[in-house]
Design a protein around this ligand. Structure first.
Ligand code: NAD
Ligand code: UFG
Length: 337
């Protein structure tokens, strides 16, 4: 019997890569997504890449009734919860929308899980819960604190899950604190397709390389880093997807949190240089003021996930850029809708 996994936000960037991995590993995948930040075309791509059938329900997680019907219709055994709003700047402008969407969605989900006796959850948290980190690399035991409403929702959801875990010993909840996911499926058929102007570095750099944008603004060259530009722990989205499988297969009673990162950093200028080498295209940039809320360096200590989940992110920055470029050059307009 195949295990049925509900994937919320499964047509999104990280969710879709995880659905391919789950389906390839013999899980029955049921996706729910409201398509607010993704394309329905992704469902067919997941089917093609995995060679498996996938069930898709278009629904908003804030709709409790519709969500309950999905639990009634499928023998769901575990949930991987990606769905939510994720743009830091937007969360500062529209905090209530972020709290409403991210918190209510998650509470509805947990409620339906409890009602239907589904106790296993893997949640998309973020390195943003560490705020401006006091130590590098950052272990899971580091202090937490959010600097914007988006980050607050991640911390609040982690805490809600902690309380839920304490209420019933059946619960098994893993919080995955992602560092900076980039890259794409090696086929070039699945990748990140942000709407509007990309907020994140690599999608922006790719759009400069492909000719959709004129130049990159580098947000500050006076950070306390080797070349003065921000350093991040970039992780290949396919390695990240494998991290979800590992978390699902190593869930233990109660609540736990894991860093998913490589432990190695790259600066903004290193990403620019690597992109130029890989693509053979110039990436024009100019130095701009620091972006509000940014930090100098973010680096994971992934030892806990390496040991307890038997998982490791192996792909290096060059492979991440090669795969991101393969996706971008094959699909200059993304999924085109
Ligand atoms: P994404 O926007 O590509 O995917 C999220 C999906 O959720 C989208 O398909 C969207 O349509 C869907 N969605 C949003 N609100 C919904 C709702 N109310 N009901 C149903 N579906 C809804 O984002 P992503 O980059 O794949 O991120 C997935 C998760 O990982 C998010 O929770 C995000 O906060 C978290 N995360 C992402 C990053 C990153 O850099 N991409 C880093 C850390 C954590
Ligand atoms: N950067 C630029 N120019 C740009 C975009 C980014 O110079 O146009 C720089 C940033 O200043 C930073 C680095 O590139 O130094 C990476 O920035 P990203 O926006 O790609 O990533 P962040 O680390 O700021 O944030 C990401 C996610 C957050 C998440 C955080 C921690 O967007 O949601 O990682 O996991 F919280």
């Amino acid at each position: 019997m195949k295990r049925t996994i509900l994937v919320t936000g499964g047509t999104g960037y990280i969710g879709s890569h995880t659905c391919v991995a789950l389906a390839e590993h013999g899980y029955d995948v049921v996706i729910v997504d409201n398509l607010s930040n993704s394309s329905s075309k992704v469902v067919d791509v997941i089917k093609q890449l995995s060679g498996q059938n996938i069930t898709f329900h278009e629904l908003d997680l804030t709709d409790t009734e519709a969500l309950g019907e999905v639990f009634d219709a499928h023998p769901i055994e575990a949930v991987v919860h990606f769905a939510g709003l994720k743009a830091v700047g937007e969360s500062v402008e529209k905090p209530l929308w972020y709290y409403q969407t991210n918190l209510v969605s998650t509470m509805n989900l947990l409620e339906q899980m409890e009602k239907h006796g589904v106790w296993d959850l893997v949640f998309s948290s973020s390195a943003t819960v560490y705020g401006d980190p006091e130590q590098l690399p950052i272990p899971e035991t580091a202090s937490t604190g959010a600097t914007n409403p988006y980050g607050q929702t991640k911390l609040m959801i982690e805490n809600i899950c902690k309380d839920v875990a304490a209420s019933n010993p059946n619960w098994r909840l893993a919080m995955l604190r992602y560092f900076n996911p980039i890259g794409a499926h090696a086929s070039g058929d699945l990748g990140e397709d942000p709407t509007g102007i990309p907020n994140n570095l690599v999608p922006f750099v790719m759009q400069v390389a492909v000719g959709r944008r004129e130049k990159l603004n580098v947000f500050g060259d006076d950070w306390d880093t080797p070349d003065g530009t921000g350093v991040r722990d970039y992780i290949h989205v396919v390695d990240l997807a494998a991290g979800h499988l590992a978390a699902l297969e190593n869930l233990k009673e109660g609540w736990d949190a894991y860093n998913l990162g490589t432990g190695t950093g790259a600066s903004v200028l290193e990403v620019v240089k690597t992109t130029e080498l890989v693509t053979g295209k110039p990436v024009n940039y100019s130095i701009a003021p620091r972006r509000s809320g940014d930090i100098a360096t973010s680096l994971a200590d992934p030892t806990k996930a390496n040991n307890e989940l038997d998982w490791r992110a192996d792909r290096n920055i060059r492979t991440m850029i090669v795969d991101a470029w393969n996706w971008q050059s094959k699909n200059p307009e993304g999924f085109g809708d």
